[in-house]
Design a protein around this ligand. Structure first.
Ligand code: HEC
Length: 147
């Protein structure tokens, strides 16, 4: 019994311990999970860029997932007062809400453009890079890395 308990504790630590957000709950946890699904969608798309076995479905489905998680669906996960550890959201978000919303909309738009070219592997690179720029632009201004 005791051993099983320990293994569970250790596994739980390995799964969550690598992140800065131990103990995140509610909307903060929700947005971290959303961002993680966005990040794995990015990885899935990236794996297709140079794949010899190209799947346009993988690209369009994952671009659609990112599109669905951005814009208003994204900004609604940032209600006023939801900053502070373990969240890495910068208080600047609420001081410059219009700029924050604009980048969330840019992500939606660029994911839509990427989805639109999914049938042609050769034309993915530029829209993919443009989409990643929106991740970087928002993180640079509105995310404060805790570690
Ligand atoms: C409009 C702003 C914005 C955009 C666009 C954005 N992010 Fe983020 N991202 C944030 C903020 C703010 C946080 C910190 C959230 C928190 O800790 O409460 C974050 C956190 C993250 C995290 C850490 C999640 C965790 O487990 O704590 C990952 C991974 C991430 N973003 C990936 C991405 C990727 C990949 C993209 C682009 C496809 C992207 N983000 C686009 C604002 C943005």
């Amino acid at each position: 019994m005791r051993k099983v308990f320990l293994v569970t504790v250790i596994t739980a630590f390995l799964v969550t311990g690598a992140h800065a957000h131990m103990g995140a709950t509610g909307v903060v946890l929700e947005r971290m999970e959303a961002m993680k699904s966005i990040a794995s969608a990015v990885k899935a798309i990236k794996s297709q860029l140079t794949s010899d076995n190209y799947s346009s479905a993988v690209v369009s489905e994952n671009a659609a997932l990112i599109e669905a998680h951005s814009g208003k669906a994204f900004t609604k996960l940032f209600p006023k007062g939801s900053e502070g550890a373990p969240s890495e959201a910068s208080p600047l978000i609420w001081k410059d809400w219009a700029a924050f919303e604009k980048i969330a909309d840019d992500l939606k738009e660029s994911a839509g453009i990427l989805k639109g070219v999914a049938s042609d592997q050769a034309s993915l690179k530029e829209p993919f890079t443009n989409m990643l720029k929106t991740c970087g632009a928002c993180h640079k201004k509105f995310r404060e890395k805790l570690n």
